[in-house]
Structure formats: structure tokens, C-alpha cells
Design a protein around this ligand. Structure first.
Ligand code: ADP
Length: 238
């Protein structure tokens, strides 16, 4: 086993141990002191057990995704990015009903060359983060357009907590969560953007971020068109 694998296993074990210790502790307290605890404390402890179980499930799902990233061959086909993004936004709106997410789509974009499931996973991670790391009254903008290098440009822009330039260089690494009041009060394991970057690159795309503290973040994705020659004609006409 090499150093990277060793380090990964030790980080994963640590990440697994924290919620497991908490689940065991609170269930033991409930079992041993059931008669002595009032209703409110019992509910509070069961709620913690539920939250920590969800944290474990998300972590295991993300670890499985990480382990499959390079083994899973992408199913590349023609994908209409505007339609795919709309589907993702409808799902996210169920979770973050008070956030305002607006779309600014170029309606003349030809199809992109993508794996639709993986693309939806990428967009879900980025829009979910935009909601998670900004206040509900701050608008989130999702746009599509032609990039300067004649590819598809997709941007997710929020007006949230943002981050320093130095931090923005770290966030695509495994298990990185920045230290601020939103990361300490929201669920996450720091694997989302690592998975996102890997999926984007697997589909021949690129991802970058521009951000400043307390002003917000702008995540940009670039992907090739399915038919690059046809797309070039469309971009000259639009
Ligand atoms: P997490 O599960 O913690 O959300 P990610 O890998 O998706 O993990 O993101 C890594 C870290 O990058 C987050 O913990 C957060 O600190 C920061 N981050 C990601 N997206 C944003 C954003 N839109 N605004 C501010 N910080 C962000």
C-alpha cells in the first residue's frame, strides 16, 4: 500500500469514527438512563443519532463514488445542458425552498459532450454548495453561454460567505472544509468538490473558482460541444 492510500484510509477511519462514537455514546446514554431522562432530552439525543447516521450515510456514499471515479467509464452522449440544469434546480429547490435560484441561459447552445448523470451530479454539488454557503435572501445565479474558447461555459454564482484566494486553491482536495461559521453548522465531509473536479475532468471539462471573503463565489465549468464545428457556426450567429 502506498503513502497516499495509507493517508486516505487513516483520514476515512477518523471521519467514520467521529459520528460512530457519537451514535454509540448517545444510544448508551438513552439505554442506561431511559427512566431518568425527560422527554425533551430523549428527543434531542435521538435527533443527534439521526443526524450522525445521515452524516455516515453521506460519507459512505461519497467514499464509494471516490473509489469508483476512475473505474466507471463515462457514458458520453449529446446533452442539452439547459434542460439538465433545470432538472437539478427543481430537485435542489425542494431542499432549499427559501433560496432564490435564477437561471440565465443562452437558448441557442448546441448540445454538449457529456455523461448526463455525472453532469447532474456535478451541478447538484455546485448548486447545493451555493445554497449551503450563502444566506437564503441572497440570489444564486446559474448561467450558460459560449466561452471565449468556443466551448460551453456554465457558471454558478452566489453571494455567500466566499473564501480567500489561498483557500480557493485548496477546496478541490479531499476532505477539505474551510473553517467558518457555515461549515461548522452545516453537514459536509469535504469530498463533494474533489468528486466534482474529478468528474468534470473525466468528461474532458475544466473547473475553476473565483471568490472573495463575504462577497461570494463564482464557479465556472467549461465543456466541449458534441459537434464542435456546428457549434462554431451557432456561436458566430448568436
Ligand atoms: P462540503 O461537504 O464540506 O460542502 P465540498 O468538497 O463540497 O465539501 O467543499 C469543500 C469546502 O469548500 C466546503 O467545506 C466550504 O468550506 C468550501 N466551499 C465550497 N463551496 C463553497 C461556496 N459556494 N462558497 C463558500 N465556500 C464554499
Amino acid at each position: 500500500m502506498n503513502d497516499i492510500q495509507n493517508e486516505f484510509i487513516s483520514t476515512v477511519s477518523h471521519e467514520l469514527r467521529t459520528p460512530l462514537t457519537s451514535i454509540r455514546g448517545f444510544s448508551q446514554t438513552l439505554l442506561n438512563s431511559w427512566e431518568k431522562l425527560d422527554e425533551e432530552s430523549k428527543k434531542k439525543f435521538v435527533k443527534i443519532i439521526e443526524e450522525q447516521s445521515n452524516r455516515l450515510i453521506n460519507l459512505v456514499e461519497n467514499i464509494l463514488t471516490v473509489s469508483k471515479i476512475n473505474a466507471d467509464k463515462p457514458l458520453i452522449r449529446e446533452v442539452n445542458v439547459n434542460t439538465a440544469i433545470d432538472k437539478v434546480i427543481q430537485m435542489i429547490k425542494q431542499k432549499y425552498s427559501s433560496h432564490k435560484i435564477t437561471t440565465h441561459f443562452n437558448k441557442h447552445l448546441p448540445p454538449a459532450k457529456l455523461d448526463e448523470d455525472k453532469f447532474q451530479q456535478v451541478m447538484t454539488n455546485l448548486i447545493d454548495n451555493a445554497c449551503k454557503y450563502s444566506k437564503p435572501d441572497k440570489e444564486i445565479k446559474v448561467s450558460t453561454s459560449f466561452s471565449s474558447s468556443e466551448k460551453i461555459l456554465i457558471q454558478v454564482v452566489d453571494q455567500g460567505i466566499g473564501m480567500s484566494e489561498e483557500d480557493s486553491k485548496k477546496i478541490f482536495d479531499k476532505f477539505i472544509r474551510l473553517e467558518n461559521h457555515l461549515t461548522s453548522t452545516t453537514q459536509g465531509n469535504g469530498l463533494g468538490l474533489y468528486i466534482t473536479k474529478n468528474l468534470v475532468e473525466l468528461m474532458g471539462g475544466e473547473i475553476s473558482v473565483k471568490s472573495s471573503p463575504n462577497a461570494g463565489s463564482e464557479f465556472s465549468l467549461e465543456f466541449p460541444f458534441f459537434n464542435q464545428e456546428e457549434a462554431l457556426k451557432c456561436s458566430q450567429q448568436s
